[in-house]
Write a protein that binds this ligand. Structure first.
Ligand SMILES: Cc1cc2nc3c(=O)[nH]c(=O)nc-3n(C[C@H](O)[C@H](O)[C@H](O)COP(=O)(O)OP(=O)(O)OC[C@H]3O[C@@H](n4cnc5c(N)ncnc54)[C@H](O)[C@@H]3O)c2cc1C
Length: 309
């Protein structure tokens, strides 16, 4: 892992730094590149803007590791409201949540109940709920909670991270279910020990494509609902070519990208007939998430510096 990436991922876990930097206007200006605003209304406005381009969205409020049950319940209620607004407006928008934002560190039962409530609401309103994957301390419990909730509510999908050595086994377990859930495959954004995750990028990229092929083979049989969450256009082209060769039916997979990254590609992929969604973040607790975005591409630090000038 590069020193810059290591430093930025360390910064993402520092509450003191979060407190100090979040107040700085130049940081807020730089963050604006990756999120349309802190309020839900900004995210909904962005979703409305993408819809006519044939691009769906996934809305997510920043924040993780809440410390009390009351905070977790407030997050649950917030997302219930978001699902309601999406349904009222008939927006082509999904919602994505982190289990630690729903109180996983506080009380696992409370977190599972909250996820169940959200899944139920998503199903009732024709919506869809994604469960993000956090660092590897949470992989087992996330898959466990997700497994139980998604068995009852198929309108929930989960993220898997290609950089984790364990992921081929997790993917097989999910695909062996009678009705396999929707799976969003990403490379992985956290600082992980080499025992848990491949330290070299090229190994992560290779693992991603191997997992993607497995998902596409199953999608060709109508037995998987893959989403490829990446901005790696070489990888996207290989996935598209493989999907074509395997005759994956149209709409058999989706491509998800983050707001503000590779916007031209988002549009051209949608125009080429691909199912594309943009993950739109909002909320004031953006610091840790923003540091992970900088760590993915340390050259982004120059955007912060440029906003100083
Ligand atoms: C929809 C979506 C959901 C995600 N959910 C999760 C999750 O639940 N858990 C998790 O651990 N991770 C998640 N991630 C993050 C993911 O793990 C990667 O860290 C991130 O997508 C960067 O990897 P990449 O696949 O884009 O490839 P990379 O090889 O890192 O990047 C490929 C190219 O994309 C561009 N790019 C990538 N990142 C940036 C950036 N930050 N700024 C500017 N350009 C950039 C650059 O041109 C780069 O060369 C998610 C990503 C997406 C797109």
């Amino acid at each position: 892992m590069s020193i810059a990436r290591e430093l930025l991922l360390w910064a993402s876990r520092s509450r003191a730094l979060a407190g100090a930097l979040r107040q700085r206007a130049f940081v807020a200006r730089a963050v604006a590149r990756f999120m349309p605003g802190e309020e839900l209304s900004s995210a909904l406005a962005a979703a409305r803007g993408f819809a006519p381009l044939g691009i769906g969205t996934v809305l997510t409020k920043r924040g993780e590791n809440v410390a009390t049950g009351a905070e977790a319940e407030a997050v649950r209620d917030h997302y219930l409201d978001v699902l309601g607004q999406i349904a009222d407006e008939r927006l082509p928008a999904h919602v994505s949540v982190k289990l630690t934002q729903l109180g996983l560190d506080v009380d696992r039962e409370l977190c599972e109940r909250a996820l169940r409530t959200l899944a139920e609401r998503a199903a009732a309103s024709g919506g869809f709920l994604w469960v993000d994957m956090e660092d590897s301390r949470y992989t087992d419990v996330t898959l466990d909670v997700f497994g139980r909730v998604s068995a009852a509510w198929p309108s929930v999908g989960v993220c898997l991270q290609a950089y984790l050595r364990r992921t081929p086994g997790d993917l097989d377990a999910l695909l062996s279910r009678r009705s396999p859930p929707a799976i969003r495959l990403v490379k992985g954004a956290y600082a992980e020990p080499p025992a848990a995750a491949f330290p070299r990028k090229r190994d992560v990229d290779a693992a991603y494509f191997t997992l993607a092929q497995r998902l596409l083979e199953r999608a060709a049989q109508g037995a998987a609902r893959p989403v490829f969450g990446t901005h790696d256009m070489r990888l996207v082209e290989r996935i598209r070519a493989r999907a074509l060769a395997l005759r994956v039916p149209s709409g058999g997979y989706e491509l998800h990208l983050l707001y503000g990254i590779r916007e031209d590609d988002q549009r051209s992929l949608a125009a080429a007939g691909e199912r594309v969604r943009v993950l739109v973040s909002y909320g004031s607790a953006w610091f840790a998430w923003y540091m992970r975005r900088l760590a993915e591409r340390p050259a982004n630090v120059w955007f912060v510096v440029r906003n100083l000038i």
